[in-house]
Design a protein. Structure first.
Length: 374
């Protein structure tokens, strides 16, 4: 898959953020329907919409998986060859970027859950965490160690980190082998083989859904879409990618893989099309996409608090609870905007991130102790 040097420096496509914004809105909608009593009370007002969000909203995660692979390829190996020197440095940098806003949102979630217990008795409220459970969440190991999640969506952050580590490892191996074998095309081949292994084997085993290999097919398709869109013959490679996806679906049709395939092909076509790089028809949705990670992190505790409030004062009124769901969505966007502006976009070093995280842990512990003393 020869890479065109003129395309490898292409500017960011605004439509990427629009895709992220749409996916973010769907996931928040899914969680609003899935968790808390408000959706149960408001259900008779819009049963078809809520049933659809309940069943299909979570598939928007596939868009983020594909975009994650696409952006990883653009950062780590835009011309199909690893351009970083230290794999460990890349992994640590990614951990800092993910964990700084993640931990801030997680601490907020602990406080929100503590307050929500006073307003409702519902299965969506996480139980009080043990110290090992909290530490497992801090290091993104909660699912691998068998701990209950403290917030909706934290599993995805752990999976994203696993996939990034896997991508760094594969690209590093490809660079090492390509020097010895004189094969600069080796990285896309290894990514393709890994994606095939996931799509045709690992993704058929639901018990592996806490491991990155289960989702590596979607992530790998995102990486391949980036390289295809930058190649000298983009549409030939995109047809090959479509053939791989269709073969996967013929073996065992999975809606989530179909969504991932369509997303990957759309990204490849957009990248290959010069005009699409600058077309931004929905600026509001683009802004949501830019802060989608922060919204994704913080929306669950916001929805917990709104659910608890409306359960206290309007426990049986459908229209009031429907309004509560809209309010929860609006407050989630506002909270996500604050987290994005004041935490996610701050450039921090590893020592500074560790100090911030340590301070958050101590401050949250003191506040929780104060709440229990009341």
């Amino acid at each position: 898959m020869p890479i065109s040097s003129t395309r490898s420096s292409a500017s960011r496509i605004p439509l990427l953020d629009i895709l992220k914004g749409l996916a973010c809105a769907l996931i928040v909608g899914h969680h609003l329907v899935f968790y808390g009593p408000m959706s149960d009370v408001a259900y008779p007002l819009a049963p078809d919409l809520m049933d659809w969000l309940f069943a299909y909203g979570r598939m928007a995660v596939q868009v983020f998986l594909v975009l994650g692979g696409y952006l990883a390829a653009s950062t780590l190996a835009p011309q199909g060859v690893a351009r970083f020197d230290s794999p460990l440095q890349q992994v640590l940098r990614r951990f800092v970027r993910l964990s700084t806003p993640y931990l801030a949102a997680l601490m907020f979630n602990l406080l929100a859950a503590e307050l929500a217990r006073y307003g409702m008795d519902d299965g969506s409220v996480p139980a009080e965490p043990s110290l090992p459970q909290l530490l497992a969440h801090v290091f993104l190991l909660q699912d691998l160690l068998g701990f209950e999640a403290l917030s909706a969506g934290v599993w995805y952050v752990a999976i994203d980190f696993q996939l990034f580590v896997l991508a760094v490892a594969v690209l590093s191996l490809a660079r090492f082998l390509s020097v010895r074998w004189k094969a600069p095309w080796l990285a896309p081949v290894l990514v393709l083989l890994g994606a095939c292994a996931s799509l045709f084997y690992f993704n058929l085993m639901p018990e592996l859904d806490t491991w990155g290999v289960y989702f590596a097919g979607a992530y790998g398709m995102g990486m391949l879409a980036f390289w295809a869109g930058h190649s000298t013959r983009p549409y030939r490679w995109l047809v090959a990618l479509a053939t791989l996806g269709l073969a996967t679906l013929a073996l065992d049709f999975r809606g989530r893989i179909a969504v991932a395939l369509v997303t990957a092909l759309a990204l490849g076509v957009l990248q290959a099309s010069g005009g699409a790089r600058h077309w931004s028809p929905m600026p509001a949705l683009q802004r949501l996409g830019q802060m989608s990670y922060s919204v994704f992190l913080v929306h669950f505790p916001v929805c917990l608090l709104v659910n608890a409030l409306f359960n206290q004062f309007w426990p049986t009124q459908p229209w009031a609870n429907a309004a509560g769901m809209v309010i929860a969505l609006a407050l989630s966007l506002r909270a996500g905007q604050w987290l994005y502006q004041h935490v996610e976009t701050r450039l921090v070093s590893m020592p500074m991130a560790l100090r911030m995280q340590g301070g958050l842990l101590v401050a949250t512990g003191l506040v929780l102790l104060g709440l229990k003393a009341l």
